[in-house]
Write a protein that binds this ligand. Sequence first.
Ligand code: PEP
Ligand code: MG
Length: 757
Amino acid sequence: MLNALRQIVQAVNDASNLDEALQLIVRQVKASMSTDVCSIYLRQDSSRRYRLMATHGLNPSAVGRVTMSTNEGLVGMVADRAEAVNIENVDKHSRNLYFPETGEERYASFLGAPIIHNGEVLGVLVVQKSEAHRFGESDEAFLITVSAQLAIRLAHANLTDTLGRVEAKTDAHQDTFFEGASGASGVAVGTAVAVVTGKDLSAIKPRQTDNIDHEVDRFAQSVAQVREQISAQADSLASRLNKEERELFNVYQRMLDDNALGGEIIERIKQGYTARSSIAWVVNQHVQTFRGMTDEYFRERAIDLIDLGTRVLTALEQSSAPVQGYSDNTVLVGEEITASMITMVPAEQLVGLVAVKGSRNSHGAILARALGVPTVVGVEELSYGVLDQREVIVDGYEAKVYVDPNQALKFKYEQIAREDREMGERYQSLRDEPGVTLDGHRVSLLLNTGLSLDLARAADVGADGVGLYRSEMPFMAADRFPSEEEQRVSYQQHLDAFKDKPVTIRTLDIGGDKPLPYFPIQEDNPFLGWRGMRVTLDHPEIFLMQVRAMLKASVGRNNLRILLPMITSLREYERGYALIRQAHLELIEEGLAVRMPQVGVMIEVPAAVYQAKELAKRADFLSVGSNDLVQYLLAVDRSNARVAPLYSSFHPAVIAALKSIVKSAHKYDCSVTVCGEIAGDPLMATLLIAMGYDGLSMNATSLPRIKSLIRQIDLRQVQVWLKEIKVMEDAKQVERHVIKRMSELGVDPVLYRGTRR
Ligand code: PEP
Ligand code: MG
């Protein structure tokens, strides 16, 4: 059964369009279950009726003509109940509805399973037999398994197919769009470029370039890099492989030669195509040929080709050489947003980002917000290859991505973009004003930074300093660990950009959804695994190199503060602190006039909430990493789009934890800020101010908005709101209450929030 299931799923994946996929399913399910009929009914969004879309066994002319609502027929019954229906003899069943055009009067037994995606019944999968017999439990289980497996692919195929037919539209306004979650607010109109990081070479469309020599060079460098990787792999496995297996590595090397694949790719580049699209084109051609062969050995070789092509492509995309030929308004679309993806395109040409994975709190979205690039993430249904080179609109407010927009829609969005620019200019007038409430309560407003790209913007928004410099960002964009000197230079740039203001540099926080390409960590459960401080305490050489670079950079500036991530025990803090002292002493011995910086702790796991008092006694300051804290308190993966609705910082448990942290810190006169994304959310920011947080650290886009908001509220007033929500038991209730109170003040929370227009 498992084998049959795998074959069905594989066949559907390989199908080039929805109709083909449906044909394959009905044929293969019928054969696997030895039934007389297998049919698929899909829900029509316009009429909400279930229409026969494919059948093997019923009269083929009935396809497209037979439809049922949820209160009609057995198919309607399956859809209505959202569960399998197993009927021995349909003639005796009151819900049976006979459609003469199908010829189904010949079939007595019926088994139907709903095809459900995201809680919605998209369709019904049915098998029938001529003799009256009750399908067995294992038949039922098999059909349910097939349906569940197919649901995602059908949802996906449905949309892809819609896009394939240019005239087909998907909403009342005749616009084709995909929906996800808002990653960064703002809107952009531009040309999509698909970034392929997985094995989906077929998603890359041919793209032309004028800079042929540059592209040939980039390709040659990538090939050289892949050759090195292959030799290193061959060497390390040499003792464990037999001669024949070792020969495979040589085959790979030969395939890259100028008289083989390598030469063909160069030839294609010389015809005027980019290196990236040439690799994909040549490899795809060969893959198709291999796949069409009857000999299994050759069909299998297609996998080697894809592997090799993907390696070269990955090397090419990770190379730091800027790619030529992006349009001035480039929207990158890919599986997920990464630092290396963003740096592929010159900053001034990147106007939008779209990703299949991720949610508002995944690091890709955080990065996008830091750069102020309108972004939609978690567009689960998107087969992003179909967007390559198409015109798109990214609406980061409504979390929608429009494809091939018409003139009227483009005009509307250009207007919104203009309004946004004007609003930005208005905020700019508050640049030199403090973050102070109407009744005189001062809140320190700090910045979250990470890439040197955002440094220029950051220094200009009127912040009181840097509350969180995510030092892993430049590590993620590099192709090896940066040296001590390279790190010193970049830290010094930060310290200089905020002279006389505190700059809080967090030590390397990798793991979870922040991998380093050159230091892979394979874990089943990375968010509960080797993350942050756990990695650097196991690798003191990496930690010491980084801290030495920070301390050296601080000489003569003295505005450095060091922050330790993912602290789960006092011991971790003490070990981290001891290493910082060690680096400090070493540098003094080396003759540098380095001051010992303030050292702080991130409170981002529940254990640290419960030990906040003990940590506050020891550390110079605390900083709440609410992005992780919420995920660990609520057991909701911050990057998983499927559970994103459950991720809420308004959850009463989160509010209680946040209150408890500030109380613990202030008991020991330890200052405490929040540097998670909630600090930049107007609703949460007001509650944090009411709780007594000393500072809020956020991205450069949110800071001017939050400053403007703080200057319109009164501390005593928001403290009343905090009391009011104390009795509330549900996250939605809390959120609604704060929105209501803010609106009463005449402050439009929607506009300030920047997530929904
Ligand atoms: C956090 O967890 O809130 C935080 C600021 O750290 P990061 O988002 O980088 O994990
Ligand atoms: Mg964190």
